[in-house]
Design a protein around this ligand. Sequence first.
Ligand code: PHE
Length: 443
Amino acid sequence: MGIREQWQSRWGFILAAAGSAVGLGNLWGFAYRASEGGGAAFLLLYILIVLIVCLPVLVAEMVLGRSTGSSALLAPVKAAGDRWGLLGWLFVIAPLGIGSYYAVLMGWTLDTFFHALFVGLPSNISEAEMFFGSISSGTSVLLGQLVSLLLTAAVVAAGIRGGIERLTRWGMPILFALLLILAIWAATLTGTWEGYRTFLLKIDVNQFFNPSTIRNAFTQAFFSLSLGIGIMVTYSSYLDKRKQLPKEALSVASLDTAVGLLAGMITFPIVMSFGLKEVISGSTVGTLFISLPTGLGTLGVTGRVVAILFFALAYIAAITSSISLLEVPVSSIMDRLGWNRSKAVFVSTTLLFILGIPSAMNLNLLGKIDSIFGGVLLILGGFVLSIFLGWIVPRKFDEDLSECNSNIRVRRYLKFMLRWVSPPIIAFGLIVSVIDLVKNWSA
Ligand code: PHE
């Protein structure tokens, strides 16, 4: 094995980590969850969870990666011994689970993009539903999934600097620019305020106590930050000691949350101004791919251009996330079995393709796998991580942060939160989520 690769620059790491965080979760997931009725309560809970609970866990996850310099599979063992091997496995299994259906969603995104570009937009809702039906079934869905996985594999095979860092350095600024342009455009639509109000600003105090809203807020916070399942361990293992992790974590979380909000400011006005509220409140995993093109379809050429830009943006966001999902098993295999990068990429990609076939074929199943792998497991991982760095190896946390000279008050604050605040709150979120999920499934 050669020397471990390293990020070229501070911004290289931040953009890569933010690239992992910003993804379909911000565009598709945020719209999908915010429209399930939580309104302002959902939004507020989500932001509070990010600020109070997730930020310290994000720093903890980064510390684990940097201080061990190991892949996600081996980092817990290296930090605290063989008894923690299971945590390493959680870190590999969860990204594989998400990666399997994430490529399916990417396939839908790519198809919708090409359709808008070459064919046009649907002229009514039933046409849009038919189109979505065609891209989400048969060989077309498998093709979209396969192409997306191959693109992801090509980037990861090119390595940390040559692949991941290079793509995110270009992709993220383009993504931010497109997002701003579209949000400004959306603000000029007639239904804009109606849209913000209905989905994001409507206050209903009961929603704070609604288990589904609580589960949605926790899931959105963890999923959107790519938190709790070893992604940040993996990316931070390529960092040197000079980077101030609390600062980097704050940048990543701010960028991610800002993108989520901006995305909501694009999708909801579109949905509202074209009277598609009914479609979106019967929210399913396909909502974004049906309501958005239909709404934009009524706007002629402008609508088509917006659709092309929006789905291009979504695809860029998605690929900078899917590379992080693939990098976890790849680096773990390289670490554990000593294989070279290309071979590890080939095997992991093949595995992801096979694992994703059931989700590709069955939307219902995709939703269920998403609630487990993209929901419960991340919250569980976040809980274990805060216990791990807060209670099991707290010295590691201190040492690593003091080596990079982070402010002592910040350090104390983070450690306090990690030990006393995050675990009970995450445990609460986890229990509510599991109960709510079981209830939904058995209903
Ligand atoms: N955070 C990514 C998104 O918002 C998805 C993701 C989740 C990526 C977990 C890696 C790990 O789309």
